[in-house]
Design a binder for this molecule. Structure first.
Ligand SMILES: C[S@@+](CC[C@H](N)C(=O)[O-])C[C@H]1O[C@@H](n2cnc3c(N)ncnc32)[C@H](O)[C@@H]1O
Length: 188
């Protein structure tokens, strides 16, 4: 009888601990909704236009800064298998999803780093994709002005570098109020 009570108590304790862990993780992830750039995936319809604008060549190095669930990386891999693709993602949940979705790709071709994009050396990039909010774009511009490889091409969805003129603006002709209205292409 005492044994049954003990097992029941342990069982309830484990359940409470699991629930507490889930609540903490969800709270921490949802607090990212108020972060400089929360996880909002690029709409699927826009992805082929991004890949086209990036125009990745064999041997080039591509960075997706704030790669979310890795959908742009996978689309780039399908388009140009001989490029080196690196995703940087700060938030754990999309990071794990991106790791899972890219698990079959060769490790020397796709890497996903759990890190802040502001703390990594980006000087090897030939091409870059960003879908980030204005505050983060401003900080990224300062960083790129110091370390970008000459000729680096950055494709940005919807958000601009305030102090840099794009070489091209592509209107994605999306319904009004839909996410993903414009691509801006910048050259460094
Ligand atoms: C709008 S989402 C875009 C996701 C993905 N690039 C896409 O197009 O589907 C922005 C992503 O940037 C990530 N992020 C925000 N700040 C970051 C930082 N400092 N370093 C790395 N990732 C960051 C967020 O967690 C989020 O997943």
């Amino acid at each position: 009888m005492a044994m049954t009570w003990l097992l029941t108590a342990i069982y309830i304790l484990v359940l409470i601990l699991a629930a507490a862990v889930i609540v903490v993780v969800l709270f921490w992830e949802s607090s990212l909704l108020f972060a400089p750039a929360p996880f909002i995936p690029t709409p699927d319809e826009v992805v082929p236009k991004i890949v086209q604008a990036l125009n990745l060549q064999p041997g080039q190095t591509f960075y997706d800064l704030g790669c979310g669930d890795g959908k742009i990386l996978l689309a780039c891999r399908a388009n140009q298998p001989d490029a080196k693709l690196i995703g940087i993602e700060r938030s754990w949940l999309p990071y794990f999803i991106a790791r899972f979705k890219t698990r079959h790709a060769p490790k020397d071709k796709i890497a996903i780093w759990r890190a802040s994009l502001l703390k990594r050396d980006l000087s090897s990039a030939d091409r870059m994709f960003v879908y980030l909010f204005p505050g983060l774009m401003a900080k990224l511009l300062v960083k790129l002005q110091k370390e970008a490889k000459p000729g680096l091409k950055v494709v940005s969805l919807d958000f601009e570098f305030k102090d840099k003129t794009p070489i091209e603006i592509i209107d994605l002709k999306r319904p009004i109020k839909a996410l993903g209205q414009k691509l801006r292409i910048y050259q460094f």
